[in-house]
Design a protein around this ligand. Structure first.
Ligand SMILES: *[C@@H]1O[C@H](CO)[C@@H](O)[C@H](O)[C@H]1NC(C)=O
Ligand SMILES: *[C@@H]1O[C@H](CO)[C@@H](O)[C@H](O)[C@H]1NC(C)=O
Ligand SMILES: *[C@@H]1O[C@H](CO)[C@@H](O)[C@H](O)[C@H]1NC(C)=O
Ligand SMILES: *[C@@H]1O[C@H](CO)[C@@H](O)[C@H](O)[C@H]1NC(C)=O
Length: 393
């Protein structure tokens, strides 16, 4: 009897103990999971650029991989079948890449920016396109997984709301929306120049091959649209049509690069597309450095989501004329340091981990802030309406 009772008591104690133990383990585990970084702890390390001398960072990046941007008579069902998100939209792969890009920004600037999302620390602007806005949202998800008390749900570990505004002064839209007579005129004229600069026989052979396969006449402009389709197919891991071989694709690419080079290198186009943006960047840095508490003021970071045109014209303006076509997720980083010098870095693709330091015209690798501001004020105007007029009109 006594023995039985003791066993029962012991069993009861064990049961209660186990229940308490399991309860403790579960809740405790949940706590550790919710307060620690459950991802990879490398984010806890100070970022590559985190140093007490860095004061302000502006990053301009191209959106992630997208669907093609045109209509194709030859591929009438391309959107329904292969790009269900529609024309010119960020694709699933594009989302994944931009999320990784955000993680890279965290690795570069951890410590310069806080673990927590703080409204006064970061400002994000995009152009009025869904793909740039969505790219910015993915980048922010990569940069700011909710931590500590900002964890608003035990099951949500990735996303927290962060404001994005779509009023970037980037004027890339002008290039496509038909409101800038100069760029329309330039593109028309330029196609003839490109053909004359190349082996005409080779281009004509290519165009007649494409026309035959597509069943409609393909001129150089239509070829650029086709190139855009093929490029989107490749980046989204789709098979190209079997009638386009490697040499033909490479020739298309060569001619396309010749076009982008001529566009990015055009001073007027640089001014039209990025004049207002680069002025805003230099003004922000100037304002920050003129604050009476410059040394004590908070760090700040500005992100601008833009396009290949944005980065291409910006790189050519800075004197980097090796760029062909800034890849998806490429980025340009402007750093302002405590000693009022500026450095610029370029990352040529979403997965490029080690950017390249860029030289700045009249400055070299680092530029005194005043010299930088003078350079921008002397060489860039914000009068795009005026620049858009065709000379002689
Ligand atoms: C954590 O990061 C290291 C170094 O970047 C990497 O080798 C490892 O695969 C990562 N682990 C996980 C679980 O992601
Ligand atoms: C074209 O783009 C410019 C620059 O973004 C914008 O100011 C203008 O309103 C747009 N025009 C049209 C017709 O959409
Ligand atoms: C142009 O291309 C054609 C066809 O590929 C070739 O036969 C010809 O030699 C080329 N001409 C020049 C000047 O390179
Ligand atoms: C300013 O500070 C940066 C970062 O510490 C440094 O790389 C640069 O050489 C400094 N420039 C001058 C002119 O002191």
């Amino acid at each position: 009897m006594t023995l039985d009772r003791r066993i029962v008591t012991l069993l009861a104690c064990l049961t209660v103990g186990t229940v308490v133990g399991v309860w403790y383990a579960v809740t405790h585990h949940e706590r550790t999971q919710s307060y620690d970084d459950d991802d990879n702890d490398t984010d806890a390390e100070p970022g590559t650029f985190a140093s007490t001398s860095l004061k302000s960072v502006t990053v301009v990046f191209r959106h992630g991989d997208r669907s093609p941007a045109f209509d194709y008579k030859t591929f009438p069902n391309i959107y329904e079948n292969n790009f269900p998100e529609g024309k010119g939209q960020l694709t699933k792969i594009g989302k994944q890449h931009m999320y990784q890009k955000g993680k890279l920004f965290r690795r570069l600037y951890n410590g310069f920016i806080s673990d927590l999302y703080l409204d006064h620390e970061i400002l994000v602007k995009t152009t009025k396109y869904s793909r740039t806005f969505m790219s910015a949202a993915m980048v922010l998800a990569g940069m700011y997984p909710p931590k500590y008390y900002q964890k608003w749900s035990f099951s949500e570990t990735v996303w927290q709301p962060i404001p994005i505004s779509n009023d970037s002064p980037d004027q890339t839209m002008l290039f496509r929306n038909g409101s800038c007579p100069y760029t329309i005129w330039f593109m028309k004229n330029d196609n003839d120049v490109i053909i004359n600069n190349y082996n005409e026989t080779q281009i004509e052979e290519l165009l007649s091959h494409l026309s035959e396969k597509c069943g409609i006449p393909i001129n150089i402009e239509a070829m650029f649209d086709l190139y855009d389709l093929f490029k989107s197919m490749i980046s989204n891991e789709l098979q190209l049509p079997e009638w386009i071989n490697h040499e033909q694709f490479q020739l298309m690419e060569l001619i396309y690069y010749e076009q982008t080079r001529r566009v990015y290198n055009n001073k007027k186009i640089q001014n039209i597309i990025i004049g207002p943006l680069i002025k805003q960047i230099s003004l922000n840095m100037e304002l920050q450095s003129n604050s009476p508490d410059y040394i004590k003021t908070k760090n700040n970071m500005h992100l601008y989501a833009g396009h290949d045109m944005t980065l291409g014209t910006m790189m050519y303006f800075l004197g980097n004329n090796k760029i062909k076509l800034p890849d998806f997720g490429a980025s340009a980083h402007f750093h302002l340091y405590l000693n009022k010098t500026i450095k610029v870095f370029y990352y040529n693709k979403w997965d490029n981990e080690n950017g390249e330091e860029m030289s700045i015209p009249k400055c070299g690798y680092s530029c005194n802030l005043d010299d930088f501001v003078n350079l921008i004020n002397n060489e860039m105007s914000t009068e795009w309406e005026q620049d858009c007029q065709i000379e002689g009109n």
